[in-house]
Write a protein that binds this ligand. Structure first.
Ligand SMILES: Nc1ncnc2c1ncn2[C@@H]1O[C@H](COP(=O)(O)OP(=O)(O)OP(=O)(O)O)[C@@H](O)[C@H]1O
Ligand SMILES: [Mg+2]
Length: 246
């Protein structure tokens, strides 16, 4: 990790170098207000990732994992703090540019089923390519079929989500997240409802895209055995992010 030492109030502390690391999360905070209650879901998280890194994040339910991931995916704007991608201050972008950034760089696997019910499996995969910047449009049909085959759903390309099991829907969502050749893949409990064998295959797939395509990969999981396989491991607790010691 690229770190530089800075003086803060007289005491030296380690700060991620926003110019050096591919992804830098800097004091990201997200608070929600419900009635008179203020909840800080993510409490000044800091994290720096190099291109091609694989990290995992574990933590109890409600600890802020999804909220952090949705800010890293530029889906939700923070209450305060910054996200840098290759030195670019992402939340300084307007909403249109933010959407373009997301389509170009981010693959996101949502925690809960997120397929469009009126589209078939193949059409669900083709959907994000419509929003992709120019140059990524060629070969999309073939890529959709290849990815569906890879996740073991070759015979389901024309099936609608309601015709698929929970695990099959999850696999379609995984394939869809890769359609625009993302540089940062954010997976929120991607293997939550898969059987052991499919989970192992999907994880091997993730490792392969992470290794071979140098896609930076963040895995949120409750499965500590899966979390252990990451290059670096993090924990969320009460909105605070900390790195587990090796
Ligand atoms: N849109 C929202 N409005 C209000 N509160 C929210 C919102 N989203 C999340 N929260 C609250 O923020 C906290 C963190 O939620 P989050 O979904 O990030 O947890 P999580 O670690 O992903 O949990 P799980 O493991 O159950 O998925 C919770 O207390 C939740 O109720
Ligand atoms: Mg969650």
């Amino acid at each position: 990790m690229a770190l530089k030492s800075v003086e803060a109030g007289g005491t030296a502390r380690k700060e991620p170098d926003t110019k050096m690391s591919q992804v830098v999360v800097k004091d990201l905070r997200k608070s929600f207000k419900i009635d008179d209650m203020q909840i800080t879901a993510v409490d000044d998280a800091n994290l720096a990732m190099e291109k091609g890194e694989f990290i995992s994040i574990v933590g109890h339910s409600g600890s802020g994992k999804t909220t952090l991931l949705s800010m890293m995916g530029a889906i939700v704007r923070p209450t305060s703090g910054n996200l840098y991608f290759e030195g670019r201050d992402i939340f300084s972008l307007n909403d249109d540019s933010l959407s373009e950034y997301r389509a170009a760089k981010i693959g996101y696997i949502f925690q809960f089923a997120s397929l469009i019910p009126v589209l078939t499996a193949k059409e669900n995969l083709l959907l994000p390519t419509i929003f992709a910047p120019n140059g990524k449009q060629s070969g999309t049909e073939k890529r959709a079929l290849d990815y569906l085959e890879f996740v073991g759903l070759k015979d389901k390309i024309n099936a609608y989500p309601y015709q698929l099991s929970g695990g099959q829907q999850r696999r379609v969502a995984i394939a869809r997240a890769l359609m625009n050749n993302p540089e940062l893949l954010l997976a929120d409990e991607p293997t939550g409802d898969l059987d052991e064998q499919t989970e192992a295959e999907v994880m091997e797939f993730f490792r392969k895209v992470n290794r071979d395509m140098k896609i930076t990969f963040v895995l949120v999981t409750h499965n500590t055995a899966l979390a252990e396989t990451a290059g670096r491991r993090f924990r969320m607790s009460g909105g605070k992010l900390s790195e587990a010691s090796a």
